[in-house]
Structures are given as C-alpha cells and as structure tokens.
Write a protein that binds this ligand. Structure first.
Ligand SMILES: [Zn+2]
Length: 65
C-alpha cells in the first residue's frame, strides 16, 4: 500500500504541460503570426490589408497597410 505514490506520474504529463504552455501564450496575446496573404483587399474595410494566421492556434488577423 505504501508503494503507491499517486503523484508520481512520469513524462507524459510533462508533454501535455508544454503543449498547454504554448497555447496559453496564445491566450495571453502572444501569437505566432505568419503572413497568409500580403496586400489582400478587405471588402469590409474597403482597404488593402495583410492577413496573418497564428501557427499555433489558427487564429487570423488583418493589418491595414
Ligand atoms: Zn495563437
């Protein structure tokens, strides 16, 4: 009975934690932006924009030129 240590659960959890850490960066606003389309015409804004997508969470944003 004394041999069972409930808190000793190895490596798998560490990996899950690191993944969680990555996405929590996204939640804090630190996205890994990658340019999807440069000089795309945004119809809503009626202006040229650059489109970005986060490599981690897939969120997109546009930036006015
Ligand atoms: Zn992100």
């Amino acid at each position: 009975m004394a041999d069972i240590l409930p808190f000793k659960r190895p490596s798998k959890k560490t990996t899950a934690w690191q993944k969680h850490k990555g996405s929590s960066l996204c939640r804090d606003g630190f996205h890994k932006w990658q340019v999807v389309t440069e000089r795309k015409f945004d119809v809503k804004q009626g202006k040229l924009v650059t489109e970005y997508r986060c490599q981690r969470c897939g969120k997109t944003k546009t930036k006015l030129l």
